[in-house]
Design a protein around this ligand. Structure first.
Ligand code: F6P
Length: 545
């Protein structure tokens, strides 16, 4: 691993110290003052990029703050690092891998080299095979074992092999073929498999087993259960080949499962699970919306990749969002960040971002293996508006914690009814206004509110938000949005000096679960190796199951 100890520690950088001094001033400022002094900021602190408008004026920043943050990004070499990633350098050092999700959606003719080889022909070949397969399912040319048309497609995968495609299928349901039902099974809890297959006819059902490694316990358990479910009905082993396809890098394991290697869609070790939506992992999305629309989604991803690499930091969307996140996380000590899409179709967007962000930057050693002396990745959470308004917004408005939030809205949706969309967007706009400016005591008193109630009805405001207003929730815009957050996470990983593309923190639990499963299966096994709490719980489970 490259020694990086010569690079200055983040908190001793002069750019960091300048931000610390500036924070001492800014912590006393309010959004109300900032707008009163500078009403033009609502049109200046914005980025108007094709199809996507970011207003970041409702943040606790001034032009000076932004300049100091941009200097930090430059000092940390954010854009140079992005260039190295997109050029195929092995920046995932702990796994000795390149990180090239951007090659999956490289819509230019530019080659992308890994170890002296252009990966683009292989990327295009898999996309073409996915396209041909998706067309065969969509037209009914691909028949099940009994000659029936496939009407249900069930993706079996977990983490990055589930969250991205599940989120995208839901987001783009307005573009999906209504004759096909595309579903997802991820949890090893058998309830998930049962609820997703209830009432379905196995003869009309196709499973996509999506697993980079093809060893993940949850996915392989669900895949075996799916095979039994199919064979119980069709009673012929050869049916497996007509009802199962795989998305994996592990050719041997796919063959052993009984899946025809011709129906394996591959990808590469330089695609991280949570960054794999544009790889063959996106197959269920392509089946749902068709190869052309899938291509439009890739165009959107690619447009954001170019924007990130080529736009000066001052107008660079991922850089700005990343820096604002650092500002609140490291200076204001905000622990969490909310992502609030005003779109029911984006109901799983926050879940996808949770893996993307928290698995990437939930680290506490730096790239030289030393404990970081600063906060890294935040807790990411969120729900679609307006539902969140009737649940947890109370805490954002009047609670004791700072929760920076991203509001995501659309001028148009592919489908809606009556005046629902205007009502939705009225709420969208109202919330960021209320969060920023609140309702001062004087206004509450002027309304004649009883004295005792006044403190309860005051809104202090001063809650920072970003507003992302997109033209339409279409495949290209979804691609831009997801890529925006991928690169935001990248920016923060560079600044915090952590490795964003490994996930060692998920390993320990997997190993312990394997051992405990043996102990559950064999009650004679001693539990002495466990701590007192785990041993007692295990005994109770053994007795109670
Ligand atoms: O949770 C850990 C993880 O390795 C994720 O990074 C990954 O997306 C998920 O498991 C699924 O892995 P696989 O695609 O190999 O089944």
């Amino acid at each position: 691993m490259t020694k990086r100890s010569c690079s200055p520690r983040l908190t001793s950088r002069p750019e960091w110290k300048a931000l610390q001094a500036h924070y001492r001033v800014m912590k006393r400022r309010t959004l109300r003052d900032l707008f009163a002094e500078d009403p033009g900021r609502g049109r200046r602190l914005v980025v108007d990029s094709p199809g996507l408008y970011l207003d970041y004026s409702k943040n606790l920043v001034t032009d000076e703050t932004m300049q100091l943050l941009f200097r930090l990004a430059e000092a940390c070499g954010v854009i140079e690092s992005a260039g190295r990633m997109m050029a195929g350098d092995r920046i995932n050092e702990t796994e000795n891998r390149a990180v090239l999700h951007t090659a999956l959606r490289n819509r230019s003719n530019r080659p992308v080299m890994v170890d002296g080889q252009d990966v683009m022909p292989a990327v295009r070949e898999v996309l073409d095979r996915m396209g041909a397969f998706a067309r065969r399912i969509r037209t009914g040319e691909w028949k099940g074992h009994t000659g029936r048309r496939i009407r249900n497609v069930i993706n079996i995968g977990i983490g990055g092999s589930d969250l991205g495609p599940a989120m995208a299928c839901q987001a783009l349901q307005g573009y999906a073929d209504p004759a096909l039902s595309v579903r997802f099974v991820s949890n090893v809890d058998g309830t998930h498999f049962l609820e997703q297959t209830r009432g379905l006819d196995p003869a009309e059902t196709l499973f996509i087993v999506a697993s980079k490694t093809f060893t993940t316990q949850e996915t392989m358990t669900n895949a075996e259960t799916a095979r039994r479910w199919l064979l119980q009905a069709l009673r012929d082993e050869t049916a497996v080949a007509r009802h199962f396809v795989a998305v994996s890098t592990n050719t041997d394991a796919v063959r052993k499962f009984g899946i025809d290697p011709a129906n394996r869609f591959g990808f590469w070790d330089w695609v991280g699970g949570r960054y794999s939506l544009c790889s063959a992992i996106g197959l269920p999305v392509m089946v749902a919306i068709g190869p052309e629309r899938f291509g439009e989604m890739l165009d959107g991803f690619h447009a954001m990749d170019r924007h990130f690499l080529e736009t000066p930091v001052q107008r660079n969307l991922p850089v700005i969002l990343g820096l604002l996140g650092v500002w609140y996380n490291n200076f204001f000590k905000a622990e969490t960040t909310a992502v609030l899409p005003y779109s029911q179709a984006l109901a799983r967007f926050a879940a996808h971002l949770q893996q993307l962000d928290m698995e990437s930057n939930g680290k506490s050693v730096d790239r030289a293996g030393r404990h970081v002396g600063w906060q890294t990745g935040p807790v990411v959470w969120g729900e679609p508006g307006t539902n969140g308004q009737h649940a947890f917004y109370q805490l954002i408005h009047q609670g004791s914690k700072m929760i920076p939030a991203d509001f995501i809205g659309f001028c148009r949706l592919p489908e809606t009814v009556g005046d629902h969309h205007d009502k939705l967007m009225a709420n969208f706009l109202a919330q960021t206004e209320a969060l920023a400016f609140g309702k001062p005591r004087t206004a509450v008193v002027a309304e004649g509110v009883k004295r005792a109630l006044v403190p309860h009805k005051v809104f202090d405001g001063n809650h920072p938000t970003n507003t992302l207003l997109a033209d339409c929730l279409d495949p290209a815009t979804l691609g831009r949005l997801v890529a925006l957050y991928e690169h935001k996470v990248f920016v923060q990983g560079v600044i915090w000096n952590v490795f964003s593309f490994d996930q060692w923190g998920v390993e320990l639990g997997k190993v312990l679960a394997g051992r405990i499963l043996e102990e559950i299966r064999d009650p004679a096994r001693s539990l002495d190796a466990h701590d007192g709490s785990t041993a007692a719980l295990l005994e109770r489970y053994r007795a109670g199951k």
